[in-house]
Design a binder for this molecule. Structure first.
Ligand code: GCB
Length: 598
């Protein structure tokens, strides 16, 4: 059986939606006694009645770490508990009622009215459960969520726990972004009828000026229904329709989905309107999915959208900001979207985990091409259990994002330890798993190893490399950059006969630090270093196998505490509060100039 659908919840004539965002009650466990909440059955206790729980108010969506003043909250390891009450409208009785979490970081267990509902063991990806029989209608209900941020050798991503001499439990991890935790994205209740649209899968094709939207509707429930599937243009006019659940819509003179600046009207989205009807043609269920008509193809030297070679000019990014951590913030994502437009980028990688659906929506709509990365970062100590969890994260990622026109590539991992022989079979299986779920997009593994010193390159369609010449090696020696970048990137193409993207390069830069001649950490040094990389990229573009550059990073971001980081990673071309460094102006000149070649 196919995986259950996880459609983005949208209200319609047949579906209602209520947000559970807001201030929840929140309790910490003590890291040395992590199971106390479970033993004492906090899920069946009203938090407000218990002094010993030391209840705080906690916003949802938000990471909890940076909201307090005490390191016990920021550096907490193990379960924390969230609880709130909610009303289910009387009118919802007889409908299916669902609770959906867009992301809980990292492991979640959910109870409603004291009854266990669902658990989910990965961050950054949505999950849902039907709770129709657990809720009471027209009266108050309670939802309790235990959220555990613990990372181990078999979680995705991995980490390890130790006990310090002081007795404190400490979480360590090798990746370089703060391990934010909490209910990071919206929580909603929504309804469907008892027979409903569980999933919609689309793929698109083009033939000259015409397009095809191939679709598959999966219906759950026992009522006999027929379908009406219509494609609407941007203005809401019906273009074409059909009455089968598994069909193909022919779109004459289609508006294709084009990447930003490759067309005067990039990111064109149609709406696929799916309606289920009963025997008397009454509406049973309706769901509307945005659809972009485009193709992706690739060979040993190019990646193409709609048969035109693309050149990615973009970023590695993070979901990260002051106070809210990884919590979804619509103001922040619109600011980021406007900065991306301003700088003339056409792409980014969702380093190092799947981003919020609302962020992905903006990308689809603007024509931003996404390298969609699962939460596997710095994978090591390869084991069967890790492999299963890693595959599961990809299954859920592809289930969520399969219909998005903006997703042009899957990233199986960032900087896995592919220098070890054990990585060979592991990545063979990971890539085969992705291919078993989607063959319409190329697969990459983002590597920081040299092509000759690693074991995943033979399985992938596009090489992605992270290099830090002039920063982690040859610090201050920008004159060695061009030749080193050329030889590292070319080798990937020679050895595996695949296109190459530079997915990371950059320099930590303290905003406002000016030193001439350029010196590490100054704005002058970041500009000087980037300019050398640009020289190398331009040479490789001429040679024809080099298909993109993504600077590390869009904005400064928080990391764990270490002496190499001053308040976090400062490789952003924007500051953490989204103002430009000198490098943003330099990059803007370049990205707009590159856009002219299209
Ligand atoms: C990398 C990692 C990225 C780090 C970056 C750095 O290679 O992929 O997560 O933030 O280097 O700045 O060290």
């Amino acid at each position: 059986a196919a995986a259950a659908g996880i459609l983005y919840p949208r209200p319609s004539e047949s579906r209602e939606l209520l947000s559970l965002d807001g201030l929840w009650n929140f309790a910490l466990t003590n890291s040395t006694d992590p199971i106390k909440g479970h033993i004492d059955e906090w899920y069946s206790i009203n938090f407000r009645e218990l002094d010993e729980l030391d209840i705080q108010l906690m916003p949802v969506p938000a990471s909890y770490n940076d909201l307090g003043t005490d390191p016990d909250l920021r550096d907490h390891v193990g379960p924390v508990w969230y609880q709130r009450t909610f009303f289910v409208p009387k009118s919802w009785s007889g409908q299916k009622v669902w609770i959906r979490f867009s992301s809980v970081c990292r492991a979640a267990e959910v109870w409603v009215n004291g009854e266990w509902v669902v658990s989910h063991d990965i961050g950054h990806l949505p999950f849902q459960a039907e709770i129709s029989s657990l809720v009471t209608y027209g009266t108050e209900n309670t939802v309790t969520v235990a959220v555990d941020n613990t990372l181990t050798a078999t979680t995705v991503p991995q980490g390890s726990i130790s006990e310090l001499v002081s007795g404190r439990i400490k979480q360590s991890y090798t990746f370089d972004f703060f391990n934010y935790a909490g209910i990071d994205r919206p929580v909603v209740l929504y309804t469907t009828p008892s027979t409903y649209i569980d999933d919609v899968t689309v793929s698109t094709d083009i033939d000259g000026a015409n397009g095809f939207v191939n679709y598959l509707i999966s219906v759950e429930g026992t009522d006999t229904v027929t379908a009406k599937v219509s494609l609407l243009d941007k203005a809401g006019n019906e273009v074409v329709s059909d009455t089968v659940l598994n069909g193909s819509l022919f779109v004459q003179n289609a508006n294709f989905w084009w990447p930003y600046l490759m067309d005067p009207n990039p990111g064109y989205l149609y709406s696929l309107q799916v309606e289920l009807l009963d025997a008397s043609a009454n509406l049973v269920d309706k769901y509307v999915l945005p659809v972009g008509i485009r193709t992706i193809s690739w060979d040993s030297k190019t990646v193409k959208v709609n048969d035109k070679p693309i050149y990615l000019r973009g970023f590695g990014r993070h979901e990260d900001s002051d106070i809210r951590g990884k919590g979804l913030d619509l103001s922040l994502i619109v600011r980021d979207y406007n900065l991306i437009k301003w700088i003339g980028a056409n792409s980014y990688r969702t380093s190092h985990y799947p981003y919020a659906e609302e962020i992905m929506d903006l990308a689809d709509e603007l024509g931003i091409m996404i390298i969609d990365e699962c939460p596997a970062v710095n994978t090591e100590n390869f084991s069967d259990e890790l492999l299963e969890n890693h595959k599961k994260s990809l299954t859920e990622l592809i289930q969520r994002d399969k219909n998005r026109p903006g997703v042009v590539m899957w990233s199986a991992a960032n900087e896995p330890r592919t220098q070890y022989q054990a990585a060979e079979d592991y990545y063979k299986q990971v890539v085969a798993h992705i291919k078993s779920l989607d063959t319409s997009r190329p697969v990459t593994v983002v590597n920081n190893q040299g092509a000759d010193n690693e074991h995943s390159g033979q399985f992938i369609d596009v090489a992605s490399c992270n290099v830090y010449h002039g920063w982690y090696d040859a610090t201050g020696d920008i004159d060695v950059i061009v030749s080193q970048v050329l030889s590292a990137a070319k080798r990937w193409n020679e050895l595996h006969d695949i296109p190459v993207i530079m997915t990371e390069y950059g320099a930590d830069t303290q905003e406002g630090l000016h030193i001439l001649p350029s010196f590490v950490w100054s704005e002058e040094y970041q500009d000087a270093l980037l300019s050398k990389y640009f020289e190398a990229f331009d040479q490789m573009r001429e040679e024809g196998f080099f298909v993109g550059e993504m600077i590390w990073n869009f904005a400064d971001f928080k990391t764990a505490q270490t002496y190499t980081r001053v308040g976090g990673n400062k490789k952003g071309v924007f500051t953490r509060n989204r103002q430009p460094k000198a490098s943003a102006h330099l990059l803007r000149k370049r990205y707009w100039a590159l856009a002219q070649y299209l």
